[in-house]
Write a protein that binds this ligand. Structure first.
Ligand SMILES: [Zn+2]
Ligand SMILES: [Zn+2]
Length: 327
């Protein structure tokens, strides 16, 4: 049994294309790297580019939150940010394009960056598809309907060809969908936002964006602590540096260091940091990564000095298109 999690959008707050100046800066970095590595010949260009990861070549991505979770038989979508458009294109090549899909979309909350792609999710327009929306918030149906309304969008909700349904989730109660069990837990966000603990067989994915991580102790997390405990993969909000987090109290976003503290304490095996700031360019996200590495090393060293063994925690900064398989 395995579960795959694909990130179609990892940007926060607003889709953010790099400016022409940023593209120029990124290209300059690639050229500098090529020559620094000692290459001089044009014949080495393809090999050098192949060796670079996606963030070095194309940045961390521009689209906002959309996550696809798949198993052998099932598929869930978390949030409908601008990333859902590319997912939609892929799905239209399968049963969704023939009106034979049964699609499940879980919404964490209704900030624009998590809804903005939904009118462009083409399976809505194909007769025969069934699309079920799930959320804890009682205004779920009204929120989705309002996305398809003139003058903001030309096609009304009533004119959509698919069979669209709404399911309100009970807080902290699991619901079975395909071969997944999904449980909503509350995150720390100015408007109520619910993270999801998605379980398939023995594997657990904890979706924890958007959150400020203001409740750090187990006592404060209280009823929402199970969201984090022993997760195989946690997707965590790391929009800010620690000083920015102090400045932007109540903005509802966190820093990677907060996520690492939770991961070490709650035995989380792998953490992906995301909800990248729309104003952060590739180099700034690499700087966040450097600060996170510094903090991670300091945690390990301090624990060693104190004679404490920390659990192994892997982490990285998520980029658009990243896919993780939990076996
Ligand atoms: Zn957001
Ligand atoms: Zn939000």
């Amino acid at each position: 049994m395995s579960m795959k999690i694909k990130y179609w959008g990892v940007r926060g707050s607003l889709p953010a294309s790099p400016t022409p100046e940023q593209w120029a800066l990124d290209i300059r970095q690639i050229f500098n790297g090529f020559f620094k590595a000692g290459h001089r010949s044009q014949d080495h260009v393809d090999g050098y580019l192949k060796g670079l990861g996606i963030p070095q070549l194309g940045g961390f991505g521009t689209a906002t939150t959309t996550v696809e979770v798949t198993s052998e038989k099932g598929q869930l979508i978390v949030d409908g940010g601008s990333g859902i458009r590319n997912l939609s294109e892929q799905m239209m090549k399968g049963p969704a394009g023939r009106g034979q899909a049964n699609i499940h979309i879980f919404l964490t909350h209704f900030h624009w960056d998590h809804l903005i792609g939904l009118p462009f999710f083409t399976p809505h327009f194909i007769s025969g598809n069934r699309i079920t929306y799930y959320a804890v918030q009682s205004d779920l149906e009204e929120m989705v309907r309002s996305l398809f309304r003139k003058p903001n969008f030309p096609v009304s909700f009533e004119a959509l060809a698919a069979d669209i349904r709404f399911v309100l989730l009970d807080p902290r109660k699991p619901i079975l969908v395909d071969d997944f069990s999904v449980t909503p837990y509350q995150l720390d966000h100015p408007d109520p936002c619910w993270g999801f603990r998605v379980q398939h067989g023995e594997r657990v994915y904890a979706h924890c964006v958007d959150t400020e991580g203001t409740r750090v102790t187990r006592e404060h997390m209280a009823l929402d602590l199970p969201l984090y405990q022993n997760a195989d993969l946690m997707y965590f909000d790391a929009q800010y540096t620690l000083p920015e987090l102090a400045e932007k109290s109540n903005w509802g976003h966190s820093a990677a260091q907060i996520g690492l503290d939770i991961a070490f304490r709650e035995n989380i095996k792998y953490v992906l940091f995301a909800h990248h700031d729309p104003g952060a360019n590739t180099q700034q996200i690499y700087e966040l990564k450097r600060q996170t590495r510094e903090y991670f090393d300091w945690k390990i060293k301090t624990a060693q000095n104190d004679g404490v063994t920390l659990p192994l925690v892997k982490w990285r900064f998520a980029y658009e298109g990243l896919e993780i398989e939990l076996k």
